[in-house]
Design a protein around this ligand. Structure first.
Ligand code: 6PG
Length: 471
């Protein structure tokens, strides 16, 4: 009977899938659940406790589809890439017109666009949905970025709005555009996450290596910053991590963790897409690059005694300067992310609402911070030249904070403390503030050796100069 059928199906009971299934059940939805390894299913239902009556455990894909109310809503929480294509092959013959399948993983938005196009004309719909907030977010309230058809959104909306994080009652989820829009926005979210994490780590690094502070002391400083303009989930996490002790050795936990960062691809994809669109997001690139250099541990060990041109005489800036430096760089990294979103919106004809994106990032997601509400307000107004940093409110914040960023980057350079993302943010700010840049020389060089031509400042047209012959 239809009323016994489930409102939604969740396939994939890994960390994120099981947390979302329980969140949906807690919001009163009946959830069909299944998993490739079926022996996970009874254990999951048993652990669900009071929520178990709202779960409909099934073992096969056919039973799973049959267990759902039509038009069906099926959320796949499985590894992105080939497994998703295999899953579409398997499920598509079982679907009916109006059914929606959702990929809730961190998929490459190019794959999402391809899959969306593949389902067009089948009657079934494909949604790419970015889910942010980690396991805890998925269970208690994630931020979700939905890309797909209006039909799918009508189906999904009540459920995702119920389970989403709320910012002053506003659910942190929305339909952002068609095909790959949701996954692209999630990818850029992650890239901003990479930049923010890197910049926090850089400040930690200068305090540890150049000022000699131990981890708990830095953690306490960061904890204090939670009360100011840097208030954010990532500062909170960093403060707590730095103050955690390793039970085995009694040392700070971070001191026994190898300095080699992993990455699954979203940061790199962002840079690839930025470059394809003729954009640059150098702060994000610096963060992705820093993870790359971090993995060359052996090379750095060899290099340390060899690369001897280290610290010159300089002082580590006081904590208030570091705090403001981080604030400036955080604003600049977000502004680069929003600029990419605007470029992609134009490129793929998505009509992304940047203010809404900022709003749904205010709670639940990993980059949630006090700043996102300021950004949302600024993005609701017309941005001069399409740049968040040119909004009067944001430009004023930068005006206050950039001198600290400048002092910090300068001190880092003198002290030999690597601050690649902070320095990149400052370089971008300085590039943007020069109405007359230096690309006139690039154009001259291009014309000199390749007769590529250049535009002139004083008249229309394309020109070549009569450059001297080199002896
Ligand atoms: C989130 C996170 C989440 C995950 C990323 C990080 O928004 O909840 O971004 O998606 O932590 O996969 O990816 P890396 O492993 O590349 O750091």
């Amino acid at each position: 009977m239809t009323h016994d059928k489930a409102d939604i199906g969740v396939y994939g009971l890994g960390t994120m899938g099981s947390a979302l299934a329980l969140n949906l059940a807690e919001s009163g939805f009946r959830v069909a659940v299944t998993n490739r390894e079926v022996d996970w299913i009874p254990a999951f239902v048993e652990k669900a406790g009071a929520l178990a009556p709202l779960l409909v455990p099934v073992n096969t894909l056919a039973e799973f589809v049959t267990a759902l109310k039509p038009p069906r809503t099926i959320l796949f929480m499985i590894p992105s890439g080939a497994p998703m294509d295999a899953m579409i092959d398997a499920v598509l013959p079982l679907l009916e017109s109006g059914d929606t399948i959702i990929d809730g993983g961190n998929a490459d938005f190019n794959d999402t666009r391809r899959r969306f196009a593949r389902l067009e004309g089948t009657g079934a719909h494909f949604v790419g949905m970015g889910v942010s907030g980690g396991a805890e977010g998925a269970r208690r309230g994630p931020s979700m970025m939905v890309g797909g058809s209006a039909h799918s959104w009508t189906q999904l909306k009540p459920m995702v709005e119920a389970i989403a994080a709320k910012f002053n009652g506003d659910p942190c989820v929305d339909h952002l555009g068609p095909d790959g829009a949701g996954h692209f926005v999630k990818t850029v979210h992650n890239a901003i996450e990479y930049a923010d994490m890197q910049m926090i780590a850089e400040v930690y690094g200068i305090l540890r290596d150049s000022a000699g502070w131990d981890a708990p002391r830095i953690g306490r400083l960061f904890e204090g910053w939670q009360k100011g303009p840097l208030s954010s989930y990532l500062i909170e996490v960093s403060a707590a991590a730095l103050q955690t002790t390793d039970p085995e050795t009694g040392q700070a936990m971070v001191d026994v963790i190898l300095d080699r960062a992993g990455q699954k691809g979203t940061g790199r994809w962002t840079i690839i897409e930025a470059l394809k669109m003729g954009q640059s997001a150098n702060t994000i690139e610096a963060a992705v690059g820093a993870r790359g250099w971090s993995s060359e541990k052996e090379a750095r060990q060899t290099a340390e005694p060899l690369l001897t041109a280290g610290a010159l005489d300089a002082k580590v800036p006081p904590p208030q300067d570091l705090e403001m430096a981080l604030l400036a760089a955080r604003i600049l990294a977000h502004a680069q992310g929003f600029r990419l979103l605007a470029a992609a919106s134009e490129e793929f004809d998505w009509s992304l609402d940047l203010a809404r994106i900022s709003e749904i990032w205010r709670a639940g997601c990993i980059i949630r911070s006090a700043l996102l509400d300021d950004f949302a307000q600024a993005l609701r107004r017309d941005l001069p030249a399409g740049h968040l940093i040119l909004s009067p409110a944001i430009a004023a914040m930068l005006g206050q904070a950039v001198p600290s960023l400048r002092r910090t980057v300068a001190a880092g350079a003198l002290l030999g403390a690597p601050l690649p993302a902070l320095a990149a943010a400052l370089a971008w700010y300085d590039s943007m503030r020069h109405a007359r840049g230096t690309a006139n020389l690039i154009q001259a060089q291009r014309d000199f050796f390749g007769a590529h031509g250049f535009a002139r400042t004083d008249k229309e047209g394309k020109f070549n100069a009569d450059w001297p012959d080199l002896a």
